[in-house]
Design a protein around this ligand. Structure first.
Ligand code: 5RP
Length: 291
C-alpha cells in the first residue's frame, strides 16, 4: 500500500477541455481491444504505420534452405534491423535470443513439407503462442485449391476466434498454388477473403494492379518477396508495393539470400519507412556493402 502521509487532492481536472480520444494509426484495427492494438503497434511503426517483417519460417516446409542453414550465423545479425520476426516456434525457442525485444509473428500452422502435397492440418496451441508472448499468429490460406481451401479457411477462423479471445492478431498468408493465375483479381479476392474471415493483417504477393488489391482489403497488407531477385529488382518490388499502399513487407529470401543481407534489410527498410526511391535505396545498399 502507498504511503498515506501527504495525500494531495487532485485539482487539475481540465474542466472545459474535451477528453482526447486517441485515434489509431493502423488501417482497419481501430475497433480492436487494447491488447491487440498494442501488439499491432509493436509490429507497425507508430510513426509510419508500416513494417519490415523478416520472414525465416521457410525451414518448416523446406528444411535448411540457402541462407537458413544456421539461424544463429545468418539471421540473428539481421534482427536488429527488422520491425518484426516471422518464424516457426521451434526456431523461436532454439535460435532467437529471448532478449532480442522484437515482436514475433509466429507461423502457427503446419502439416506439409515440399516432398508432399499441401496438407495444412496442424495448428499450434494458443497457449503456446501466449507462453511465447507472440504479437501475431500467421495462418496460410490456399484459396482456390480444391482440397485445401475449406480446411485452411477453417484454420484461419479457428485462430481468429482464439486470437480474439486473447488479444493476439492473426495474419492471413495467401498461398500461391501451382495452377493459380497471379493477378490482381486473384490476390484481391484471396486478400479480401482473409480479411472478411477476421485476419488483422494480410500477407500476399505484389502484382500489376496492386493498388486495387490494397484498396479492397480493409486491413494492412504486407508483401512477400518471393524467389530471390537481383537486389535492385527486389527494392523496386518493395517500392512499387509501398507506392500502391502496402503497409510493408514480410520478406525472406530477398533479404537472407542477398549477397549482403545486413545491407539489404537496411535498404528495404529505407524504402518502407523513409520513402526512399529505388535508386536511393540501391545506393544505400551499395554503400553499406562496402562497410
Ligand atoms: C509462405 C510464407 C513465407 O514465410 C514467405 O512467403 C517467404 O517469404 P519470401 O517469399 O519473401 O521468401 O509465409 O507461406
Amino acid at each position: 500500500m502507498a504511503d498515506l502521509d501527504d495525500i494531495r487532492e487532485g485539482n487539475k481536472f481540465g474542466i472545459g477541455i474535451e477528453q482526447k480520444n486517441p485515434s489509431f494509426h493502423i488501417k482497419g484495427t481501430g475497433n480492436l481491444l487494447w491488447g491487440a492494438k498494442d501488439r499491432m503497434t509493436r509490429i507497425f511503426n507508430p510513426q509510419t504505420a508500416r513494417t519490415v517483417m523478416l520472414a525465416f519460417d521457410h525451414g518448416f516446409i523446406m528444411g535448411p534452405t540457402s541462407g537458413l542453414e544456421r539461424i544463429d550465423l545468418t539471421i540473428v545479425p539481421l534482427m536488429e534491423y527488422a520491425d518484426c520476426l516471422m518464424c516457426a516456434r521451434g526456431i523461436l525457442q532454439s535460435s532467437v535470443p529471448a532478449n532480442i525485444n522484437k515482436p514475433i509473428c509466429l507461423r502457427s500452422d503446419a502439416g506439409t513439407t515440399i516432398l508432399t502435397e499441401l496438407n495444412d492440418n496442424v495448428l499450434i496451441d494458443i497457449e503456446d503462442a501466449i507462453r511465447m508472448n507472440v504479437s501475431a499468429m500467421a495462418i496460410m490460406l490456399a484459396i482456390g485449391d480444391p482440397t485445401m481451401e475449406a480446411r485452411t479457411i477453417a484454420n484461419l477462423c479457428k485462430m481468429v476466434d482464439l486470437g480474439t479471445k486473447y488479444g493476439i492478431p492473426v495474419m492471413g498468408v495467401t498461398a500461391v498454388g501451382k495452377d493459380m493465375v497471379r493477378d490482381a483479381r486473384y490476390f484481391g479476392m484471396a486478400s479480401r477473403v482473409c480479411a472478411e474471415n477476421g485476419a488483422n493483417i494480410v500477407k500476399t504477393y505484389y502484382c500489376e494492379g496492386f493498388e486495387n488489391v490494397v484498396a479492397a482489403c480493409p486491413v494492412p497488407i504486407v508483401i512477400a518477396g518471393g524467389k530471390k531477385l537481383p537486389e535492385k529488382e527486389a527494392l523496386e518490388l518493395c517500392y512499387m508495393a509501398i507506392n500502391d499502399g502496402a503497409a510493408g513487407v514480410d520478406m525472406g529470401r530477398n533479404v537472407f539470400q542477398s549477397e549482403d543481407p545486413v545491407a539489404m534489410i537496411q535498404a528495404v527498410s529505407s524504402v518502407v519507412h523513409q520513402n526512399y526511391t529505388v535508386d536511393q535505396a540501391f545506393e544505400l545498399f551499395e554503400e553499406l556493402k562496402q562497410e
